[in-house]
Design a protein around this ligand. Structure first.
Ligand SMILES: CSCCC(=O)C(=O)COP(=O)(O)O
Ligand SMILES: [Zn+2]
Length: 207
């Protein structure tokens, strides 16, 4: 009999969905969220749920390779991207994926990264103590083969020598961010989305 999902993890996931829905970052059934549990378990949203209206039944458990504890339940189609984050970064406790207008539009127009520079909100990212900095957020081509997409993400991470940014974009699709816990992941997501929105508005109305 598998261990129950801790109530705190369930509430963190439900709360994240409500908060992201208020910003219109999870339209239709877009988005997926996860929390690391003890014992190499991951609490993750089930596939096809509206993330603004999650309940305890919307959350299930997979292992670090994405295998469901209950084979009758279907985890997020993008579970392997969450697993890749937890496998790579042992200190990470929560991961979020959303589809905002800003991350979708900008990633469609971008090359293989979007550089954010000079924003006070860069200080919401780890290791940055000043606006006088820049972060190159990777952008990956969208792929319905999520295992292949995860391999592209890992190849990019392997090539970064000066600090992996706490998020990436998937072209025309959305964003992934992660942090030590759900509150920190939401703060990072809000900071990143704010800066992407600024970039989008800048491009619409260049000075
Ligand atoms: C209608 S959204 C298309 C799938 C997607 O990109 C997503 O984020 C939600 O997929 P899930 O399987 O996690 O519900
Ligand atoms: Zn998605």
């Amino acid at each position: 009999m598998p261990a129950p999902i801790p109530e705190a993890a369930i509430q963190a996931i439900i709360g994240a969905g409500r908060r992201m829905d208020r910003f219109n970052w999870v339209p239709a059934t877009a988005g997926n969220f996860s929390v690391r549990l003890p014992g190499n378990r991951i609490a993750v949203t089930r596939s096809g749920q509206h993330k603004g209206f999650l309940t305890a039944e919307s959350v299930m458990v997979v292992d670090l390779d994405g295998r469901p504890e209950d084979p009758a339940l279907r985890p997020s189609a993008e579970t392997l991207l969450h697993c890749g984050i937890y496998r790579r970064f042992p200190e990470i406790g929560a991961s979020l994926h959303g589809h905002s207008i800003a991350n979708t539009v900008l990633s469609r127009r971008a090359g293989d990264e979007i550089t954010l520079a000079g924003y006070e909100l860069l200080k919401a990212f780890p290791g940055l103590a000043t606006h006088d900095a820049s972060v190159a957020v990777p952008v990956f081509d969208n792929d319905q083969d999520i295992a292949r997409l995860q391999r592209a993400v890992e190849a990019c991470w392997d090539a970064i020598t000066d600090g992996i940014p706490p998020g990436y974009l998937i072209r025309g699709h959305g964003v992934y961010v992660w942090a030590r816990d759900m509150d920190a992941a939401l703060a990072r997501l809000e900071a990143l989305e704010f800066m992407l929105d600024c970039e989008l508005q800048d491009r619409r109305n260049p000075a």
